[in-house]
Design a protein around this ligand. Sequence first.
Ligand SMILES: [Fe+2]
Length: 262
Amino acid sequence: MPDVKWPIAIISDVHANLEALTAVIDDIRSQNIGTILNLGDTVGYGPDPEACIDLVDASCSARLCGNHDYAVLFDAEGFNLVARKSITFHRRVLRPDPENPDQDPEAPRRWEWLGGLEPMYEGIGFEAMHGSPRQPITEYVLPSDPETDPAKLADIFSAMSHPVAFVGHTHFPGILEEGNDTFLMASSLNPEYRFDPSKRVIVNVGSVGQPRDRNPKSCYAVYDGKNVIYRRVAYDVEKTVSKILANPEIHPASGLRLREGR
Ligand SMILES: [Fe+2]
């Protein structure tokens, strides 16, 4: 990350929601933030995989691979019906098909972009990935881990190469500190979190396009090397929902849940 200018914005889990991504990029630009890292799952669930890939490609300096990106490229084994339906749709429009004269001519470029996504990103004093420092594409670091699986969490902290790790994947924004049994929900911060250099910390930046913490606004994080602030951004949820309900290749649940952020 040679030419970093603090602060930076960290986004994740866009999930083909163009209205949400556009609103978030506008919010980031309004703060004169030039560097945006994207932690993956640009595709999956939503109605606009092509436009979201293009906007992320044009706006973000780090482009990481999420489990949905991986599933569109390779296979959707282990995904539930709702997720699998969109993955099949996204693969159909994104994978180059020389037999299909109606396919967007930009498909080969987007497919190559998807195939070039990285599992991890190393910044100055921090690392970033979609899932966890131990399994960067697929593993969930859950808010309940300190209570239900402390050994897993200890192993994840020991896998970190830097004091701070940024992740996405759960769509649930908040912070886990090494040695603290409590998940610090983003909504409980007041309004910023200041890092203690003596502790390892995992920061979940939440989701741009499929928030799941009962707040329908898009979520992302701004980081200046010492503090993190969560931003919530309203977008035209009903426009995205109506696009999803009008598309028979997407399960309606991928849209209806956006109204409540669940
Ligand atoms: Fe996701």
